[in-house]
Design a protein around this ligand. Sequence first.
Ligand code: Z5A
Length: 210
Amino acid sequence: MNDRSGKFITLEGIEGAGKSTHMPFISSLLQVMGKEIVMTREPGGTSLGEEIRNTLLMQKSFEISGNTELLLMFAARQQHLEEIIYPALNKGKTVLCDRFTDSSYAYQGGGRGIETDKICQLVQLVHPDLKPDLTLLFDLPVEVGLARANMRDLIDRFESETINFFQSVRNAYLKIADAEPNRVKVIDATANIKAVQNAIKTILKEQGLC
Ligand code: Z5A
């Protein structure tokens, strides 16, 4: 997969951070530059991935252990890579992905307390040679994100978690950003939508992407 010519851009953050809101804006900026865009999401993006997503997010009648959740995330990811991500990157397309492996480090690692080594082993198995070229981390206080997310009628399995869980998720994301400042760009997602869009544009320009 090292000869891929497309760019792989991921969007990360806690619930309500604005990833879905800003995805079409990012796509339109890149399209103006003549890029062919594939927008996708995790868990999901394929028929199997969407089935796994539905189970992971909506199933509340039985328990799903942390390790099982982690394995299902990576099972969905394996299928997503084979069916969607690698073929698009190999054709020179830009892949915009709403969440990827940083979510596993943040939610299953930070949130559920699974050891980083276990997650690294799955990365080695599933995508040893692939890392996003750029990750936009939409960062905001947990209370603000949850207040935005809770305006929706349907509350999923993750959104039923405690404030402490999401605080650990946010901390884990910020730790990744500290460790990889060249790849992970932190955006203040408390700002209004226009200001967030300006911040996105500045980052894409700095990266030579728009
Ligand atoms: N997960 C995991 O645990 N491990 C993994 O490896 C992966 C995933 C890949 C997938 O849900 C779940 O799977 C996720 C982690 C877990 N946990 N949960 N829940 P998802 O990605 O579909 O769900 P989400 O992250 O919760 O999506 P979200 O809540 O929709 O977040 P968002 O896309 O970042 O936010 P949004 O929909 O763009 O915005 C939320 C609301 O805020 C909306 O009404 C907007 O109009 C509003 N908004 C957005 N930006 C602003 C600003 N700047 N000002 C004011 N209002 C705003």
